[in-house]
Design a protein around this ligand. Structure first.
Ligand code: ZN
Length: 293
């Protein structure tokens, strides 16, 4: 079974503080670190590129694409989908599509929402992505979370239209009604892989979860998916390989809360080893290949 390995091409400080926070040049070195690690383990991945990062460092996407990785969209400004209007969301995503097209010569077919922010409040985003030409989204965390997640959403790849039509538990009835859907969302969703345990689904397959928890939790979730004949998805950010980022930014005068600085930098030193272990254990490919779109 081949799984999807995905990278959100973000800059840490901008992703955390948002708004007008400048994109730092650390993202360039961090992407190089990620590319070197992937090459060492012969893994091809999907990079969900943030428009603001690509705009500031236009050499990044051609470099990533030349290494054989898929380029997909992470939107333009990293605004949370549920904090935008459908119109501003459409503009944000379209701007990122244009940038990716200009820099790589190809339109992206995949999209990941900033901070998995397609939730019950923003299910209107699926039809808009389909309308913009996307073939897949990987934006839903099928968990009950405080900032993101749709508890009861399917745990494995599904078709948005089937899902909305079925009006399954957890989907507002209004969205499930055919007349509320326009245009037809011919779009696949690859939800984040979770670990089913004690009657709930738990997030373990990437980012801070892989930093803070031993890799055995991620491995268990991937194996659960495989037992059901389903691929898994693992996600990371280039900055998670940047062990000294938080302390060096603080020395340079940036100010983060004590708790934020600790929780965001803790165990970054373990990530390289954990990823090497995961790459040796499972097979990975870009999401587009895994979904066959
Ligand atoms: Zn992000």
């Amino acid at each position: 079974m081949v799984n999807a390995f995905t990278i959100e091409l973000d800059d840490w400080a901008h992703g955390l503080l948002g708004g007008e926070t400048p994109i730092t040049s650390r993202v360039v070195g961090n992407v190089e670190r990620m590319l070197a690690l992937l090459e060492r383990h012969n893994v091809k991945a999907t990079f969900f590129a943030l428009g603001k990062v690509c705009e500031k460092f236009p050499e990044l996407l051609p470099r990533v694409a030349a290494c054989g990785h898929e380029i997909a969209s992470h939107g333009y400004g990293h605004d949370l989908v549920y904090s935008m209007t459908p119109e501003s969301f459409r503009e944000d995503v379209r701007r990122s599509v244009d940038l990716i097209g200009e820099q790589t010569g190809a339109a992206p077919v995949g999209y990941r929402a900033p901070a998995f922010s397609i939730t019950r409040q923003s299910l209107w985003a699926g039809p808009i992505l389909a309308e913009l030409g996307f073939k897949y989204s990987s934006s839903i965390f099928p968990i009950r979370g405080s900032r993101y997640g749709i508890a009861g959403a399917p745990a494995f790849p599904f078709n948005w239209e089937d899902w909305l039509t079925a009006g399954e538990a957890g989907v507002p009835a209004a969205v499930g009604k055919p007349e509320a859907r326009s245009p037809k969302p011919d779009l696949i969703e690859f939800p984040m892989t979770t670990l089913a345990f004690a009657g709930r689904r738990w997030p373990v397959c990437g980012g801070g979860y892989l930093r803070l928890l031993p890799a055995c939790f991620l491995k268990a979730a991937v194996r659960q998916a495989h037992r059901q004949g389903q691929p898994a998805v693992v996600y990371m950010h280039p900055y998670e390989l940047d062990v000294c980022e938080v302390s060096e930014l603080e020395r340079a005068g940036w100010r983060f809360g004590r708790k934020t600085a600790l929780t965001q930098s803790l165990f970054r030193c373990f990530i390289r080893r954990r990823l090497a272990d995961i790459f040796r254990t499972f097979k990975f490919a870009p999401m587009r290949e895994v979904l066959g779109v």
